[in-house]
Design a protein around this ligand. Structure first.
Ligand SMILES: Nc1ncnc2c1ncn2[C@@H]1O[C@H](COP(=O)(O)OP(=O)(O)OP(=O)(O)O)[C@@H](O)[C@H]1O
Ligand SMILES: N[C@@H](Cc1ccc(O)cc1)C(=O)O
Length: 458
């Protein structure tokens, strides 16, 4: 065990209303299962004055993390802010094999080049998440002294898997890995009875993740693994392997925490396999679109998401929820949630998204702004479109709306395209858009009643 002392009590008090981190995380519904026995684990995280090391992994099966992946990352963030060291891991090796957990069908192979690009982007996101998380935390608890945060050490499991030789691996670890345990894990058992069955690659996946935990335990002193509830089998496989062949002194031990799976209203896991992932990459989901996503969540989800995805104190969350319940139609809870989540994920851009939302629905406010301010604001929310001034109106609309010329011509005839702050309605193509620009640089383009585009024309 590492012995560096940490100093985090002030932080704990505010974030968890005087509860320890474990009970605080439970109160926020961030814990689903914890490996047994609980007592030494509780001692490790709550009573132990020393730092611990925790890890959580994601496979590079998409170019970006998504909101579901952020749930285990939130637990890591809490521990990090609490002074503990964390290892966000990218599965450069495991991503080649494919985790069967939570899936009913086999994964498609991915090209190496795409996998490498995904690894680079996800590692960047993992590091940024903790940087933005700290900045977000400091923005809420400005009057307190800054927490002594832990260390973030990103790793890629290809670093150790590239040197592992099959014969050596089987000779050293094969006898410690029991096939009956492997067969009984949910991810395997559910697929064995399916028509398609399960390939040997996916069957062995749990061994790869188990060995990652063993390696991180032996070489880096990592004692806790965090993952979604679908990772329980893979995590406990690692705990078993550590118990059988770990080297840590005085006693090799590993623990696991799983978080509840974020699901849709009809109970489906939010994720890549289900095709309903909300990706956090701003080029896929702009900060403003992320803001709108949370503005539109169901009233019933407001409290759950405030607890999971924000660092607001529990008391503040209760007050928000109480105020929200008095007049749900004002969407007060959703507004607080949306601003906080964007601040956390996108480095304090929540207020800008809030402002974009208010100016888009209030033309007067938009008219009062200078072109420079409009450009800055919409750029921050990832909602600034750039177009060349040589383009005609039909070209601009068809590229933004992703529709054909004839479709745009139809819209023009119906007078459903509005130009500039004065909402001029052309009925045919406009080759020179300059009369409608704000300070010769910004075009406000409305299509139909609800869509507003802000375009920087160069
Ligand atoms: N909806 C979710 N709720 C909570 N945790 C999730 C959710 N989706 C993924 N996770 C967790 O995020 C971590 C990384 O998962 P991974 O990168 O494999 O994403 P995934 O969406 O589960 O992918 P796939 O759908 O392809 O299995 C894992 O610990 C996983 O359990
Ligand atoms: N199996 C995890 C990712 C992961 C990979 C390697 C690990 O060591 C840990 C986690 C998932 O698919 O979500």
């Amino acid at each position: 065990m590492l012995t560096t002392r940490r100093a985090t009590t002030v932080f704990t008090r505010h974030l968890y209303s005087n509860q320890g981190i474990y009970h605080g995380l439970r109160a926020r519904n961030l814990i689903s299962q914890v490996s047994e026995p609980l007592a030494p684990f509780l001692h490790l995280v709550e009573k132990n004055p020393d730092k611990i090391k925790l890890y959580s992994g994601a496979d590079p099966t998409a170019s970006s993390l998504h909101l579901g992946n952020l749930v285990p990352m939130m637990v890591m963030l809490h521990f990090y802010l609490h002074g503990h060291d964390i290892v966000p891991l990218i599965g450069g090796a495991t991503g080649k094999v494919g985790d069967p957990s939570g899936r009913t069908t086999e994964r498609q192979q991915m090209e190496d080049q795409i996998r490498r690009a995904n690894i680079a982007n996800i590692q960047k996101q993992q590091v940024e998440f903790f940087k933005n998380g700290l900045q977000y935390y400091l923005s809420i608890y400005k009057n307190n002294s800054a927490p002594v945060v832990g260390k973030v050490s990103p790793m890629n499991n290809v670093e150790w898997w590239k040197d592992v030789k099959l014969l050596d691996f089987l000779a050293n670890y094969g006898k410690h890995i029991r096939v009956q345990h492997m067969l009984s894990r949910d991810s395997v058992a559910s697929r064995l009875s399916s028509k398609e069955g399960l390939g040997f690659n996916e069957f062995t996946y749990q061994i790869l993740q188990a060995y990652d935990f063993l390696h991180l335990n032996n070489e880096h002193g990592v004692t806790v693994q965090i993952g979604g509830n679908d990772q329980w089998g893979n995590i406990t496989a690692g705990i078993d392997l550590i118990q059988r062949c770990g080297k840590m002194q005085p006693r090799p031990i590993g623990y696991g925490i799983t978080v509840p799976l974020l699901t849709t209203a009809n109970g489906e896991k939010f994720g890549k396999s289900s095709g309903n992932a909300v990706f956090i990459d701003p080029t896929i989901t702009s900060p403003y679109d992320m803001y709108q996503y949370f503005i539109n969540v169901d009233d019933r989800d407001v409290e759950r998401f405030l607890l999971l995805f924000t660092l607001l104190p529990l008391e503040t969350i209760s007050q928000i929820v109480e105020k929200h319940r008095l007049k749900p139609e004002l969407r007060f809870g959703q507004k607080q949630l949306a601003k906080n989540v964007v601040d956390l994920i996108h480095g304090m851009r929540g207020a800008d998204c809030e402002k974009i939302s208010s100016v888009l629905f209030n033309n007067e406010k938009l008219i009062e702004m200078t072109a420079t301010d409009i450009i800055k604001l919409f750029e921050s929310g990832g909602k600034l479109i750039k177009k060349d001034k040589s383009q005609t109106l039909i070209e601009v609309v068809s590229s933004i709306e992703n529709c054909s010329r004839s479709e745009v011509i139809r819209k023009l005839k119906q007078s459903s395209i509005y130009l500039g702050p004065n909402k001029f309605r052309p009925t045919k193509d406009v080759s020179d858009l300059s009369p409608y620009l704000i300070e010769g640089r910004v075009l406000i383009l409305r299509v139909g009643k609800s869509k507003v585009h802000v375009i920087k024309v160069d």
